[in-house]
Design a protein around this ligand. Structure first.
Ligand code: ATP
Ligand code: MG
Length: 650
C-alpha cells in the first residue's frame, strides 16, 4: 500500500502513533484531558487518507458541540484535509435527513422547531400542569432525556419507577405531556433536535436501499468525546455502521458531563467487549497544561467517587513549569468580575492574545457581570453560545436581506454590498456602547468580516457565493469567529483549550449548582464539569468566587466544596476557613458503607479549606450518639475537614 508522507505521524508519541496508524477497523483511545485524543484522531484521519486507505469524502467524524466540531475541522485543515466531514451528531443527521427526505418521507423537509417551550406549554396545559418557565424547562428536559434514552411515552412511567430520577411531576402526567407534545409537534410538521437523530436512524433502519447508498458513501467513522454518547446517538452510529467495524472512538469517562441528558460512558468503557479485536490505547502524558495545572486537575478528579474501572488514569504533565494557579475570594460578583477584567488586561498587556483567554462559568446567566466588566475595560469579547449564532434574529434578518439583494451586486467585488445590505437591518458605522445592541452589532459585523475573508480567498466571490457559504455554515452550525476573549459555559468549553482560563463563580449553589446538592450522582457530574474547566488551561489558571451576589448584599455564600484541598496553605482564604467556627446543619453518611445516617443534626464545627482528610471514626460515633439532640458544640481540631463526601453542609 502507498506510504504515508513522512512527517505526518512524527508529531505523535508512540502510543498516539499506534492509534493513529492502526489499520482500518475498531480503535479506542481511553485517556484523560489534554493527552492528545483529538490530535490523535485528526492525525489518524489524515494518515488514512494520505496513505490511500480511504477517500476524504468517505470519512465522517462526529462530536457533540458545534465548537468542538469546528475545532476538529480547523485541525484537519491544518493537516491538509479539507473534504472530511467533522460535524456534531445533530448537524450530520440534519444534513443526511435533508438529503433523504424527498425520497422517503415527503416533498420538503420539515423545519426545525424554534420555540420548544410553546409546544411543551400547550402539552402541559392539556394535562393540567403549571406552565411557569421552570416547570416547562423541567418538563422539556425530561422529554429530551426520554427521547435521548430511546424511551417512549408508554414506557416512560415504568422506566422512571426503576430509576431514582428526580422528576417534576407524576410520571404518568409527564408521559401524557410527552405524548401530547409529540402530537402537537407532528401536526405542525416541525422537528425538534432529537427528531433529527430519530428520523435519520429510522430512515437508515427501514429503507435498505437508502442505507446501502449511505454505506457506500461513508466508510470510516470517528467519534470524539465518546464518553458523552446517548443511547439515541449510539443507535444512529450503529445505523451508520450497519454491521461494519471501521470505527475509531476516543474519550475520557472523567469528562462525562451530559449524563443528566442520558449520556453515559458505558459504550466507551465496554468498547472492547463489543469489538474484542480492537486496537486499544491509553494515554497519560498531558501535553496541554503546565505541571501546576495538571497537579490541580489530578487532585480534582482524584476526589471523585464511584469512578468506573478504566477511568482511573492519572495525568503526567509534559510541559515546562508555569505560573501557580491563582485563587481569589471577593465580596460580591461585581468585584469578582472587575478583578477578572483587570487581570485580563494584564495578560493582554503581557502579550497573551485575546483569543487565547476564556472566562468560564456554570450557567449562562453568570456572563452578564463579565460582559459588563469587560465592556467597561474596553476589552473585546466573544459572544457566548456561538452555536446559536445562526438562530439570532438579526442574523436571520441579515440572511434574508442578503438572499433578496439584487444579483448584479457582483460588480461592486463583495464587501461593500454586504455592508450596504446589512445597514438596512441595523449595522451602523460605529458600534453602540454595549449590552444587547452591541451583541447584535458584533454579530452583523462578523458577517461583514466573513465576506472580507471570502473576498480575499476566492477570486470571483459574489453575493450568491456568499449566501451559499452562509447556508453551508448554518447547516454545519459553524459560526464565523468574533475576535476577543471567550465567555462560555463549562459545557460549551469541552474539548477546547486556552492559554489563560478564568473559572469564576466557584461558590456553593453555583458550582456545584444548587439543585445538585444532596444528590450524590449530580454532585459527581458537577465535579467532572469542574475538572473539564480546570483542564482547559494551558498556562494561566484563575479560580475565584464571591461571598455575596450584590454589592452590600448578604455575605451568604460559601466557596465551592470542590476547592477543598486545592487552596495552598498560605493563602488567606485557607487561613480564614481554618479559624472559622461556624454553626451549620449537617447530614452524615456512613464512612464504611456510605449509607445515610438516620437524622440531620446541628453541630458547631470548624472547616478547613486545605486538606482533603475525611472525618475520623470517633467523630462519627459521637455524632451517632448525639442523634436526636438539637444542638451541641463540637470542637474540631484544625486538621479535621468535613468533605462533602462524608458530611454535607446545608
Ligand atoms: P480533551 O480531553 O480536553 O478533549 P484531548 O485529549 O483531546 O483533550 P488534545 O486537544 O488533542 O487533547 O491535545 C491537547 C494539546 O496537547 C493540544 O494543544 C495538542 O496539540 C497538544 N499535543 C497533544 N499531543 C501532543 C504531542 N505528542 N506533542 C506535542 N503536543 C501535543
Ligand atoms: Mg479532545
Amino acid at each position: 500500500s502507498p506510504k504515508s508522507r513522512p512527517g505526518l505521524l512524527d508529531g505523535l508519541d508512540p502510543e498516539q502513533r499506534a492509534a493513529a496508524s492502526a489499520p482500518r477497523g475498531p480503535v479506542c483511545v481511553l485517556a484523560g484531558a489534554g493527552t492528545g485524543k483529538t490530535r490523535t484522531i485528526t492525525h489518524r484521519i489524515a494518515h488514512l487518507i494520505r496513505s490511500g486507505h480511504v477517500a476524504a469524502g468517505q470519512v465522517l467524524a462526529v462530536t457533540f458541540t458545534a465548537r468542538a466540531a469546528g475545532e476538529m475541522r480547523s485541525r484537519l485543515r491544518g493537516l491538509g484535509v479539507d473534504a472530511a466531514q467533522a460535524l456534531t451528531f445533530h448537524a450530520a443527521a440534519r444534513r443526511q435527513l435533508r438529503y433523504f427526505w424527498p425520497r422517503v418521507i415527503g416533498d420538503r423537509p420539515w423545519d426545525l422547531l424554534e420555540n420548544k417551550f410553546r409546544y411543551v406549554g400547550q402539552a402541559a396545559n392539556r394535562v393540567g400542569l403549571g406552565t411557569e418557565t421552570e416547570v416547562l424547562r423541567d418538563l422539556a428536559g425530561e422529554i429530551e432525556w426520554a427521547k435521548a434514552s430511546l424511551i417512549s411515552p408508554d414506557d416512560y412511567p415504568a422506566v422512571v419507577s426503576r430509576t431514582q430520577r428526580d422528576i417534576p411531576a407524576r410520571s404518568t402526567q409527564i408521559a401524557e405531556v410527552y405524548r401530547n407534545y409529540e402530537k402537537i409537534k407532528n401536526s405542525a410538521q416541525v422537528l425538534d433536535f432529537d427528531d433529527l437523530l430519530l428520523h435519520t436512524t429510522a430512515v437508515l433502519e427501514e429503507h435498505p436501499a437508502v442505507a446501502e447508498e449511505f454505506r457506500d458513501r461513508y466508510r470510516c467513522f470517528v467519534v470524539d468525546e465518546y464518553q458523552d454518547v446517548t443511547p439515541l446517538q449510539q443507535r444512529l452510529l450503529d445505523a451508520w455502521l450497519g454491521g461494519r467495524d471501521d470505527l475509531t472512538v476516543v474519550g475520557d469517562a472523567n469528562q462525562t458531563i451530559y449524563s443528566f441528558g442520558g449520556a453515559s460512558p458505558r459504550a466507551l468503557l465496554e468498547f472492547t467487549r463489543r469489538f474484542p479485536e480492537a486496537t486499544v490505547v491509553r494515554l497519560e502524558r498531558d501535553y496541554r497544561s503546565t505541571p501546576q495545572v495538571v497537579t490541580l486537575a489530578n487532585r480534582v478528579i482524584g476526589a471523585a467517587r464511584g469512578r468506573p474501572a478504566g477511568s482511573r488514569l492519572k495525568l503526567i504533565g509534559q510541559r515546562a513549569p508555569g505560573p501557580e494557579p491563582r485563587f481569589a475570594e471577593f465580596e460580591d460578583e461585581a468585584a469578582e468580575a472587575e478583578a477578572v477584567a483587570r487581570r485580563v488586561r494584564e495578560l493582554l498587556d503581557g502579550g497573551v492574545a485575546a483569543s487565547e483567554i476564556a472566562v468560564l462559568y456554570r450557567v449562562n446567566a453568570q456572563s452578564e457581570a463579565y460582559e459588563q466588566a469587560l465592556t467597561e475595560a474596553g476589552i473585546p469579547y466573544l459572544v457566548r453560545g456561538g452555536e446559536r449564532f445562526f438562530a439570532r434574529t438579526e442574523v436571520r434578518q441579515a440572511m434574508s436581506a442578503l438572499r433578496v439583494a439584487p444579483a448584479d451586486s457582483a460588480v461592486v467585488d463583495l464587501v461593500t454590498t454586504v455592508r450596504s445590505v446589512l445597514a438596512r437591518v441595523g449595522l451602523t458605522e460605529q458600534p453602540p456602547p454595549g449590552g444587547a445592541a452591541k451583541e447584535r452589532w458584533d454579530a452583523l459585523l462578523a458577517l461583514v468580516e466573513l465576506a472580507e475573508e471570502l473576498a480575499s480567498t476566492v477570486e470571483d466571490a459574489d453575493l450568491r457565493r456568499f449566501v451559499a457559504e452562509l447556508d453551508q455554515r448554518a447547516a454545519a452550525q459553524h459560526p464565523p469567529t468574533v475576535e476577543g476573549v471567550t465567555l462560555a459555559s463549562l459545557h460549551a468549553a469541552k474539548g477546547l483549550e486556552w492559554d489563560a482560563v478564568f473559572l469564576v463563580g466557584l461558590a456553593e449553589g453555583t458550582m456545584p449548582i444548587l439543585h445538585a446538592d444532596g444528590d450524590d450522582a449530580a454532585i459527581e457530574e458537577e465535579r467532572r464539569l469542574f475538572y473539564v474547566g480546570v483542564t482547559r488551561a494551558r498556562e494561566h489558571l484563575w479560580l475565584s468566587w464571591a461571598l455575596a451576589r450584590n454589592s452590600g448584599g448578604r455575605r451568604n455564600r460559601r466557596r465551592s466544596r470542590f476547592l477543598y484541598g486545592l487552596i495552598p496553605e498560605e493563602h488567606p482564604a485557607a487561613r480564614v476557613a481554618r479559624s472559622q467556627q461556624k454553626q451549620v446543619v449537617v447530614k452524615t453518611r456512613c464512612r464504611v458503607c456510605d449509607g445515610p445516617l438516620l437524622e440531620t443534626m446541628e453541630v458547631k464545627l470548624g472547616r478547613c479549606g486545605r486538606c482533603p482528610s475525611t472525618v475520623d471514626e470517633n467523630l462519627l460515633e459521637k455524632l451517632k450518639a448525639w442523634r436526636g439532640e438539637r444542638s451541641r458544640e463540637l470542637k474540631v481540631p484544625a486538621f479535621v475537614v468535613f468533605t462533602d463526601a462524608t458530611l454535607m453542609a446545608i
